[in-house]
Design a protein around this ligand. Structure first.
Ligand code: MG
Length: 333
């Protein structure tokens, strides 16, 4: 099969900038691509790299798109090198989109599939104290699982805010702590001990679900050790950004949680194969993609999620309205 290939770079400004241990992030940049097959079936795809997280850069992705001919084949789509995981995802999911949709179905990304059920989503709280005034709005929108970034400010301050957060969050809330690799070994121990103590308290009406990526990627052994020393679960995120890393961590004995960001992990078909083979405990998570990559990512999450874990796509409150944005991007094509 041959496909007509078109692409368009995009920029979206966050309504409020995103602060993690990796720094501040103000503008999400990526590429929307469109494949049209010989029967005029259309598939949309999105390349949404995060190079500081382990994917290719936007520039590398753009270069890859620019050097492709206007007409491409299945062979091209399925032989994108592993160094371009966000491209693998974008092209393969556009290909799948075309296959999934009916022949006369010119699907645009306004489908009802995109309306989220917040109950199954984890909502991202802003770092620092701001979290204390933010959770309530999100709770009212139906969210019951929250993620809070740690490793951003001094640990003493964060432990204090954490304490207030624990006191104020309603019963049956689940809380995830994401350090983005920003803790020292001692700090990680302190957080895990704090969480274990809370866990041991039968009065505590909420659940600390896990601590995400406490240590930098290079300190895998440290995290492996921590994961067997505490009750509180640990999830790897930065350590398993791409399929190759994921397989390596699994091979080295990681049996904790794996955060999978479909947008940058690489080929969806190979991800499916790996998950089916190894039955790993996964949490699917967003890379602040638009509705296009999100549709493909949610599809994968629905297929491959286990253990009923909320998926990390509760990020709508970080962007302006989706449809307006998309129409502006493609209208002049
Ligand atoms: Mg994370």
């Amino acid at each position: 099969m041959r496909y007509q290939f078109k692409f368009r770079p995009y920029q979206r400004r966050f309504l409020r900038s995103l602060t993690t241990n990796h720094g501040k992030w103000d503008i999400r940049e990526g590429i929307i691509l469109r494949l049209t097959d010989e029967t005029l079936r259309v598939g949309w795809g999105e390349i949404a790299p995060i190079s500081w997280f382990g994917s290719e850069t936007l520039e590398q992705a753009l270069n890859f798109c620019h050097q492709l001919p206007g007409e491409i084949t299945d062979e091209i789509i399925f032989s994108i090198p592993d160094e371009l995981p966000a491209c693998q995802f974008g092209f393969e999911s556009a290909w799948e989109w075309g296959v999934r949709s009916g022949v006369d179905d010119l699907i645009t990304p306004h489908s009802s599939l995109l309306t989220s059920n917040s109950l199954f989503y984890s909502a991202l709280l802003p770092a620092g104290e701001t979290a204390l005034n933010q959770w309530e709005t999100l709770w009212q929108q139906g969210y019951r699982t929250f993620k809070w970034k740690i490793g951003v400010n001094a640990i003493a301050d964060e432990l204090e805010i954490f304490d207030s957060l624990i006191q104020t969050l309603p019963a049956f809330t689940k809380l995830r702590l994401d350090a983005n690799g920003g803790l020292t070994y001692e700090e990680a121990n302190l957080w895990l001990r704090t969480c274990d103590n809370l866990k041991a308290n039968p009065e505590l009406p909420l659940e600390i679900e896990f601590i995400e990526q406490p240590l930098p990627v290079e300190q895998f052994q440290g995290m492996l050790e921590l994961s067997t020393s505490y009750e509180t679960a640990i999830a790897l995120d930065e350590s398993v950004a791409t399929l190759g890393q994921l397989a390596a961590c699994h091979q080295q004995g990681w049996r904790g949680i794996f955060v999978i960001k479909p947008g940058i992990v690489g080929s969806p078909s190979r991800l499916r194969k790996f998950c089916h083979q190894h039955q790993i405990d996964t949490v699917f998570s967003s890379v602040f993609e638009t509705a296009i990559a999100r549709l493909a990512a949610l599809q994968l999450a629905a297929e491959l999620s286990q253990n009923n874990r909320a998926i990390g796509f509760g990020i709508d409150h970080f962007f302006e309205q989706e449809e307006t944005w998309f129409q502006t991007l493609w209208n002049d094509l």
